[in-house]
Design a protein around this ligand. Structure first.
Ligand code: COA
Ligand code: NAD
Length: 708
């Protein structure tokens, strides 16, 4: 029988195969539930009711997925009928058994459709979940009411609060699906299941009537445990507590009342700025992949890697590459350093073995792919080499001269430098087209951000290879131009100065850290400095002292602290005290005395700062330098700055990133703040030309976010 589209151009079509009406959703790329899909599904259920020959309905997705959820682009826009809860109700109320056969993603609204069906089957590729929490939402189409009734409060809360995906087997064990299909395709498996149900005269079976909440005491205990855990873990987040409230309604209220409460709470989440921030982050982290070079060129081969230097970064990068299955050759200066480099790598795996997260055999098999040498000739066959030696131009150039000598033609030659001029490094060898910056963050095997720094002469396919490497290593790549500090560290240097100015003007480092934490960061800037080691910044400041603008304000507190050998956690004191290796620091009266002395030396009478003022200054500095970075094309778009800060600097995801945050605050307000601060310090506070231009045009950063 011919496919009948629900309407002329509908992404939902239906066809009867014997006595089963097969409904297919075909809405690439992921079958999201946009308005046309919702209309099509409603029409298909109406057709099933009207078709006397149809004894059951089968819902499947075309392509790799069942349904990836609501169309995220529609959130925040005027809703178009029918709503998803209405479509789910139509499916659940259908008088004929409805089967959902799931392959690939059944996420969010997609799982809610499946929960509204009467029977569910999953093939091995299926992944089921209610990930709305990651977008600042809650499942708003019955997920909070049907999931607990079907699988119990504990399992439902865990699934909804974590937002994680469950595979087919786990879904069966949880009771989310009734059956596993053996083949890989949902359509034939689902059809066989539907026919079996028809033959057995299986009844319509509504999830709203399911009984998994029957044990009231266990359900209540699960709720209380989730409440306590969420209060601790989801500090500052809006939707998790709403999720618990909605699930509680599933325990205490009739279904229809629970649905009404779920809708009310869902709309509150939709209106929250956190939803806007989190959805911006979702699209931004996909948008960063679309750099011009990834469209223009194909990546080179990436099978084997070399690393120069086995210190903090070299060892971390080696682990990241080993974890991705690549063979890695490490080069060090001498045998002693090589042994240390190898030990740095092994230490990571020994830690995992000790925690029971890796078997000793698995460690051995990973380490079998690792080799070390003090001779560059060992890199002759490497497809990519990443240099992570000392931050010193002469040392880097010497390393690149060796790479130029030994590496095969076409090998990608990357530097992990934090600040140095990569154009200069590239110009020093005979193949500048092969040289790229790959700026990993510490610890490199954990941190997700990878800045791909694009020097003037690099070939597009080398840049594309950087993006391919990021994918292989499960990192988030951001394209950056060459400048002092690229995107992230360049902006960091500026807002760190703003923090230092506030410290000298009267705010204690502890007040500043607390304000930054209350904004949503896991740590404040002075805690970060103590964690990373104050000596690194001290060395950089000394190196740059000669070229510093003599008119620029320079706060010396950090130097006074470093001069005492207080480098942070590793020396048990920095801005904070860490007695007996404690990880959480305690305020140090001696540091406060040093700051006081520095204020006196600089002739400053300290004043108090409210938390609001601290954050206005901190963010204004970050946003202004972010605007400069975009203006100078160091970052392609504001969203590239956002992703850099979300993945490299702990910026709270629910605020979307500094540039999204600026849009939400309003650019005129940010500019007015900068102009006000400039009255005291016009050298530091210079409004970015881009910020000024956007305010004049009445535009925002989002208007610059279109892909290149
Ligand atoms: N609504 C609108 N667009 C969506 C979408 C959704 N629910 N889910 C994915 N997309 C888009 C992506 O933005 C991307 O678009 P692009 O190619 O223009 O960048 C495209 O679909 C492919 O997504 P991608 O994530 O790159 O594909 P993948 O195969 O790696 O992963 C999923 C597929 C479904 C697992 C993943 O996209 C996902 O988790 N989606 C969100 C699911 C969700 O949160 N649903 C609940 C909504 S309330
Ligand atoms: P590190 O001092 O821990 O390690 C450097 C290693 O390079 C040492 O083991 C040293 O023996 C080795 N080395 C030095 N010269 C060599 C040579 N000629 N040949 C072979 N090996 C040599 O330094 P690190 O913190 O790992 O930093 C390395 C690079 O990564 C620097 O460019 C730094 O700016 C950059 N970086 C550091 C961080 C960080 O947080 N530490 C973050 C991003 C980037």
């Amino acid at each position: 029988m011919a496919q009948t589209p629900a309407t002329s151009a509908s992404p939902v079509s239906f066809t009867r195969q014997a006595d089963v009406l097969v409904v297919t959703i075909d809405n690439p790329p992921v079958n999201a539930l946009g308005v046309d899909v919702r209309r099509g599904l409603a029409a298909a259920i109406a057709a099933a009711e009207a078709d006397g020959e149809a004894k059951a309905v089968l819902i499947v997705g075309a392509g790799r997925n069942f349904i990836a959820g609501a169309d995220i682009r529609e959130f925040g826009q005027t809703p178009q009928p029918p709503s998803l809860p209405e479509v789910c109700a139509a499916i659940e109320n259908c008088s004929k058994p409805v089967v959902a056969a799931i392959q690939g993603a059944a996420l969010g609204g997609g799982l809610e459709i499946a929960l509204s069906a009467h029977y569910r089957l999953a093939v091995p590729s299926a992944k089921l979940g209610l990930p709305e929490v990651a977008l600042g939402l809650l499942p708003g189409s019955g997920g909070t009411q049907r999931a607990p009734r079907l699988i119990g409060a504990k399992a439902a809360l865990e699934l909804i609060l974590s937002g994680r995906h469950a595979g087919a087997k786990e879904a069966l064990a949880l009771g989310l699906v009734d059956r596993l299909g053996e083949g890989s395709e949902a359509l034939p498996e689902g059809l066989a299941y539907a026919r079996e149900l028809v033959a057995a005269k299986a009844p319509v079976r509504r999830t709203r009537d399911a009984q998994a909440l029957a044990d009231a005491e266990a359900s209540r205990a699960a709720l209380e445990a989730a409440r306590a855990d969420t209060a601790k873990k989801s500090r500052g987040l809006f939707s998790p507590m709403k999720i618990i409230e909605a699930v509680e309604a599933a325990l205490t209220k009739p279904f229809d009342e629970g649905m009404a409460l779920e809708r009310k709470l869902f709309l509150q989440c939709i209106d929250s700025p956190q939803r806007a921030g989190l959805i911006h982050a979702f699209f931004a982290e996909r948008e960063v992949l679309k750099a011009p070079e990834t469209k223009a060129a194909k990546p080179r081969t990436l099978e084997s890697a070399g690393i120069i230097g086995g210190g903090t970064m070299g060892a971390g990068i080696a682990v990241a590459m080993l974890d991705a299955g690549m063979p890695v050759t490490m080069i060090e200066r001498d045998d002693v350093q090589l042994a240390r480099g190898r030990a740095n790598v092994e230490k990571v795996y020994d830690g995992l073995v000790k925690k029971g997260r890796m078997t000793p055999e698995a460690k051995d098999s990973v380490m079998a792919r690792f080799s070390g040498s003090t001779s560059y000739d060992a890199l002759a066959k490497a497809d990519i080499v990443v240099e992570a030696v000392f931050e010193d131009m002469a040392v880097k150039k010497a390393v690149f001269a060796e790479l130029d000598r030994v590496c095969k033609p076409g090998a990608v030659l990357a530097t992990n430098t934090s600040y140095l001029d990569i154009d200069e490094i590239a110009a020093s060898i005979s193949r500048p087209g092969d040289v790229v910056g790959l700026h990993f963050f510490s610890p490199a095997n954990i941190m997700k951000l990878l800045e791909i720094v694009v020097p003037a002469k690099v070939s597009a396919d080398v840049v594309a290879t950087g993006f391919e490497l990021a994918k292989k290593l499960k990192k988030v790549p951001v394209r950056a131009g060459v400048c002092d500090g690229f995107i992230g560290n360049r902006i960091l240097a500026v807002y760190r100065q703003a923090a230092d100015h506030m410290m000298e003007d009267g705010a204690s480092p502890y007040e500043i850290d607390a304000a930054v934490r209350n904004f949503g960061y896991p740590m404040g800037p002075f805690q970060v400095s103590d964690l990373a080691g104050g000596d690194i910044g001290w060395a950089t400041r000394k190196r740059k002292a000669a070229t510093r603008d003599p008119k620029a304000r320079y706060v010396q507190v950090a130097d006074r602290i470093c001069e005492r050998g207080w480098f942070g956690q590793k020396t048990q004191r920095g801005y904070y005290l860490y007695p007996e290796g404690a990880r959480t620091g305690q305020p140090d009266p001696e540091v406060l005395a040093i700051i006081d002395a520095e204020r006196q030396r600089a002739g400053i009478t300290p004043r108090s700062f409210s938390e609001d003022e601290i954050m206005r200054r901190y963010m204004a500095a970050m946003i202004n330098e972010g605007a400069n970075v975009v203006h100078q094309r160091i970052a392609l778009r504001p969203l590239d700055v956002d992703v850099t800060f979300l993945y490299g600097y702990g910026f709270p995801r629910f605020r979307g990133g500094p540039m999204k945050y600026a849009d939400m605050v309003g650019l005129p307000k940010v500019l007015a703040d900068i102009q006000e601060f400039a009255k005291q310090d016009p050298v530091f506070w210079k409004p970015s030309p881009l910020l000024v231009e956007l305010v004049e045009r009445g535009a925002d950063f989002a208007s610059l976010n279109q892909s290149e």
